[in-house]
Ligand binder design. Structure first.
Ligand SMILES: Cc1ncc(COP(=O)(O)O)c(C=O)c1O
Length: 306
C-alpha cells in the first residue's frame, strides 16, 4: 500500500547534470532553465524518452531514439537534432554526472513562438534537454512484495501510443490510484479493454501462457515490453500472445506484471483490493527478472548492440 510519500523507489535524488541545446554543455540543475514561453511548458508540446544505463552503457539507446522520432512524427514535429547529436549530448552528460548507473530523460520541445498561441506553425527553436540522475530502482524486497494497482478507465488520453510531454491523463489516473490506496494505475481503453499501466506495459500469466494487450488496445509500444516478449519466447520458452484482455481476465490471472525501462519487471500482487495469485511475486516474475538481469549484464559488458 502506498504511504503518503509514495513507495521508497519513487523518492528520487535531485538530477545531477542537465544538457540543454541552448547551452551545448552539461549544466548543474539550478543553471538549466528554459523559457516560460516554451511550448513543452505551456502545452506539453514535446516528446521524450526515459532510459537507464547498465554498467554505464545506455540500455537499448537505438530503440529509444527511434521511438523518440516516431513520437515526434506522430505529432508532426520534425526533430532538428540528429541521432549523432543526441548520442553526443547523452555521452557528455553521463560523463559529467559520473554516476555508476544513471536514469536518463531525453526530451525535445517544439520550442517557442512569438506569442502564446496554440498555432504550432509559429514555433521556432526546438530545445533538447537531457537529464541524467543517479539510477534508483526498487530493492529486492520491493520486487518480491510487488505492488498494488487498480483498474481505471483512461480519461481523455492524448494519443496513448506516443511518448509526448502531455501525460495529464496518466498523472490523473495515478492520483486516483493513490487516492484509492493503491501504488499504481492500470488503464482500460474506451471500450473497456485493458491497455497498459500509467507508466508501464502489462503482462498477464494465465494457465501457463502469457498475454499482453495488442497495440490496437491503445498503448505505448514499450521497449521493455518487446524485450520481455523476446525473453519469454526465446529464453523461458513460455508461449506469449498479444491478446485483448478484459478486466476480469486480468483480475483472474495467476500473475500480473508491469514492465518499463527503469522499474524493469514489477509484479502486481494486489489488484482492486484482492490478491493476485498468492499475493506476492510469483515464479514467472522471478524467472523473468533473472533473465532480465542477465540481459542487463550483457548490455553492461557491451555484448548487445542497441
Ligand atoms: C504509458 C507508458 N506505457 C509503457 C511504458 C513502458 O515503456 P518502456 O518499456 O519503453 O520504458 C511507459 C514508460 O514510461 C509509459 O509511460
Amino acid at each position: 500500500v502506498a504511504s503518503e510519500a509514495g513507495p521508497t523507489y519513487n523518492r528520487e535524488p535531485m538530477p545531477t547534470k542537465v544538457w540543454l541545446s541552448t547551452h551545448g554543455r552539461p549544466l548543474d540543475p539550478q543553471e538549466a532553465t528554459i523559457s516560460v514561453f516554451d511550448r513543452g511548458f505551456l502545452y506539453g508540446d514535446s516528446v521524450y524518452e526515459t532510459m537507464r544505463t547498465a554498467g554505464g552503457v545506455v540500455v537499448a539507446l537505438g530503440a529509444h531514439l527511434r521511438r523518440l522520432r516516431e513520437s515526434a512524427a506522430g505529432i508532426a514535429f520534425e526533430l532538428p537534432f540528429s541521432d549523432a547529436e543526441l548520442r553526443a549530448a547523452i555521452a557528455q552528460t553521463l560523463a559529467a554526472a559520473g554516476n555508476s548507473d544513471s536514469r536518463l530523460r531525453v526530451m525535445v520541445t517544439r520550442g517557442t513562438g512569438p506569442s502564446i498561441t496554440l498555432d504550432s506553425r509559429t514555433a521556432a527553436d526546438p530545445v533538447c534537454v537531457v537529464v541524467v540522475s543517479p539510477l534508483v530502482v526498487p530493492t529486492e524486497a520491493d520486487y518480491a512484495r510487488g505492488i498494488s494497482a487498480v483498474l481505471l478507465s483512461r480519461e481523455g488520453g492524448v494519443k496513448p501510443g506516443l511518448k509526448t510531454g502531455n501525460y495529464l491523463s496518466n498523472i490523473l489516473a495515478l492520483r486516483r490510484a493513490h487516492e484509492a490506496g493503491a501504488d499504481d494505475a492500470i488503464l482500460c481503453n474506451e471500450v473497456g479493454e485493458v491497455a497498459e499501466g500509467a507508466t508501464s506495459n502489462l503482462f498477464a500469466y494465465c494457465d501457463g501462457e502469457v498475454h499482453t494487450p495488442p497495440r490496437t488496445s491503445g498503448l505505448l509500444a514499450g521497449i521493455t515490453r518487446a524485450l520481455v516478449m523476446r525473453l519469454l519466447a526465446e529464453k523461458l520458452e513460455v508461449p506469449v500472445h498479444e491478446s485483448t484482455l478484459s478486466p476480469e481476465a486480468v483480475r483472474g490471472a495467476d500473475e500480473v506484471l508491469l514492465t518499463s525501462s527503469v522499474r524493469g519487471i514489477m509484479a502486481v500482487t494486489a489488484l482492486d483490493g484482492a490478491p493476485v495469485g498468492e499475493g506476492r511475486a510469483g515464479p514467472l516474475a522471478l524467472r523473468l527478472r533473472r533473465a532480465y538481469a542477465d540481459y542487463l549484464a550483457e548490455v553492461a559488458r557491451g555484448d548487445r548492440s542497441d
